[in-house]
Design a protein around this ligand. Structure first.
Ligand SMILES: Nc1ncnc2c1ncn2[C@@H]1O[C@H](COP(=O)(O)OP(=O)(O)O)[C@@H](O)[C@H]1O
Ligand SMILES: [Mg+2]
Length: 264
């Protein structure tokens, strides 16, 4: 289901782009409390769906202890998804924590995450599209930020602003934050992802001094619009549905693990 136009020609080239599963598990187990944010300062781009698939991949395929933090006061999609499937008796392989950003129970995200770091291997934060403060907190605390969007100007329009906010906030991050944009909802029978990447790279780059080039992942790792993604509200994705997410995670982790190995 991945983007066949960019498929690496050899097994060797593919391996060069991805970390082996065992080294990811080892890296996560050694450090624990690996914080991944999923956010873009815009609604409806595929954040919550991505959070669900990422959580299922880390839990079901990598057998890691995963918690999902839902910070989206407006829709609480992940919290509602979990409640729906718990009521149906479905097995949900991760823990859910709701993080209100407003009201009497609101606490800073940093405080929310602190006790989770020693208890879970992976902490995945659904940043929603609205609350800038929570987004900034994540950029200061997290190790990895994913910005998923469809390959359309309607959705990528906010990526540049999101990146600028993230790069400013990440100055406070003591571990370093890796930020990646990837496309979801891709129809690999069209060249939309290629067109959109080009447009984004060109957009503003000459005129805007604060331009931060979008940190794209390799186009082979874009996420399809396979129908199981749309059905996942009603049907818990199966292991086979997680395959493209596995490739994406292994690709993103390659850089992070190597960076830290070099630093060590
Ligand atoms: N990979 C995908 N393929 C097809 N549709 C998707 C995919 N990811 C998300 N969607 C659809 O996009 C819409 C918005 O997704 P959602 O995850 O709720 O976005 P957000 O959390 O950013 O508001 C939903 O209708 C969802 O089914
Ligand atoms: Mg959402």
């Amino acid at each position: 289901m991945s983007n066949w136009r960019h498929e690496p020609k050899t097994e060797k080239e593919l391996r060069r782009l991805m970390a082996p599963v065992q080294s990811i598990v080892k890296w996560v187990k050694t450090r624990r409390g690996f914080i991944i944010g999923v956010g873009i300062l815009k609604g409806g781009t595929g954040k919550s769906t991505s959070v669900l698939y990422l959580a299922l991949y880390f839990a079901l395929v990598l057998n890691l202890k995963v918690v999902v933090v839902d910070t989206d006061d407006n829709s609480q999609s992940i919290a509602r998804w979990v409640a729906t499937h718990e009521a149906l008796g479905d097995k949900i392989p991760f823990t859910l924590i709701v993080h209100p950003t407003k009201g009497a129970d609101a606490i800073p995200l940093k405080k929310r995450l602190k006790p989770l770091k020693s208890e879970y291997d992976v902490i995945i934060v659904d940043l929603g599209g609205g609350d800038k403060e929570t987004f900034i907190d994540l950029c200061a605390e997290g190790r990895l930020l994913f910005m998923p969007s469809a390959p359309s100007g309607w959705e990528t329009d906010r990526i540049q602003a999101t990146l600028q906010t993230a790069s400013r906030a990440a100055i406070l991050n003591t571990e370093g934050l890796d930020v990646y944009n990837f496309f979801v909802k891709c129809d690999f029978n069209s060249t939309l992802p290629e067109e959109e990447r080009e447009a984004m790279a060109e957009d503003l780059s000459d005129i805007d001094e604060d331009f931060v080039p979008p940190p794209f992942l390799h186009p082979y790792f874009d996420i399809s619009k396979a129908p199981h993604h749309v059905r996942s509200w009603n049907t818990v994705p199966k292991r086979a549905d997680l395959e493209e997410w596995g490739l994406l995670v292994r690709h993103a982790m390659k850089g992070i693990i190597e960076e830290e190995d070099e630093a060590a």
